[in-house]
Design a protein around this ligand. Sequence first.
Ligand SMILES: C[S@@+](CC[C@H](N)C(=O)[O-])C[C@H]1O[C@@H](n2cnc3c(N)ncnc32)[C@H](O)[C@@H]1O
Length: 472
Amino acid sequence: MAHYWASCAGGLQFALVKELENLEGTSIIPGIDTYGGVQFRTTSPLQKVAELRSADNVYAFLSHEKNIPVDKEVGVAFMQSLASKIDWGPVMQLHKQWQEAEETCSTSRTSDPLLTMNGITNTDQTCEVTQMSFRVTGNRICMNMKKHGYTSMDVAAAIGDGIHELHGWPADMRSYNVEVLAWIIDDELLLLLALIYSGNKKNTTNLQNSSKIDEPHSNHASEEQELGGEQANLTKKKGRVDRPSRADAQLYSRRPYRKALVHTSLKPSTAYGILQLADVQPGDIVLDPMCGCGTIPLEASDWLGSRIMGLGGDFINTAIEASRVNSVAGESAGPCDIVQWDASMLPLRTASVDRVICDMPFGNRCGNHKVREVLCPRVVKQVVRVLRPGSGVAVLMAQSKTMKEEIVVNQKAYLSLQQHFYVHMEGLKVDVFVVHRTTEAAPTQQIVKPSKKMVKRKRDGQFIKPSSPEIA
Ligand SMILES: C[S@@+](CC[C@H](N)C(=O)[O-])C[C@H]1O[C@@H](n2cnc3c(N)ncnc32)[C@H](O)[C@@H]1O
């Protein structure tokens, strides 16, 4: 049985567990709760693993260790020794299968790598570990602990030295055959092997004689430190290491509708996770009033096809353009309409929508705290109005202090709070509210004056005020 780790946003593991429970020949291995993801073994074909909607990515599982010493010297020596004792046989077999599937895809020019995986089964076999180059990416977070004595770079260097000691492989940051991920959270270390690569990986079919391929590198900023022991330290000393883009190295980046992004775009796997909370039914109209590049309604359409109708809107021109590009790319899966509007004055009929799923602006990339505190309650009022009384459900993600009060106090007659929990995304803790619309009829629509911020945007040519706030 192949041993995997599937990653997802922290807090949304339940969606991944649900999908894995329905994956034939799969057993979930409990016990790693600190990380956003799930460890599992499966005999299901590769294609089925690659089709997991709630996973950001899948990796071959190398090792998980608790009680890593925090002290620099002891910790580094511990990690190096750990990495030098890993059994690579079964992991390399899995890696080989995934690479063969990807290569068949590029040589046969099939647009969908998943198709080439059809029929390739996960087995118990191991394979001979041959000579190859590698890279280690270290990532370190303190959640409940104050500080580690080492940096992410020290972690990557220690693991790199251990791998070099074991196999004698050379480290190569820019052109490598395998990439190891070393994630430390508090005193736990998770070691994984990447199965999906961005464009700069070496051709692995002839590992012994492979030559370097010059691939374009993006300038994507990353908090991660990529190293491979001593040699990587040398590379770093010489100057900044060019890093490849990871954007195309995720499982979710293969969604057909994922063509254009905005800087606040949600991961499709996260969109799928929160969609699970909305209990979407055939025939539902699924609305995201602040849709950015349209991830949520497009994921709903991609998942449920023409059984539902997706509807998204945003007030920024670039977001609307991105959503339209994406909805055209994904239209074969299911219908999704995109409209430009202000979510605090939705031009929709009262009681016309079944599900509202929305990640409202949060973090520094999207507006500021003061604007959000004004905007979020206004959007909630619109959600109350457009949702069908008695059957409507909303899943709202937000980082707003007033949001809970708006739901449980101000909208108490119209909304009943079913769940409230947190999701960890890009280092931020975001509230998720699952609310049911009560049977109480919505209050009559009041015309809301656009906030100063919105008027300013209009002057900049960014904000388009709907001609009528409600078509009743
Ligand atoms: C967190 S982002 C949503 C990202 C989206 N889920 C995606 O995957 O691209 C919040 C979005 O709300 C939009 N927004 C902010 N204020 C708005 C308003 N008054 N009306 C409509 N959209 C608004 C922003 O333009 C931004 O695209």
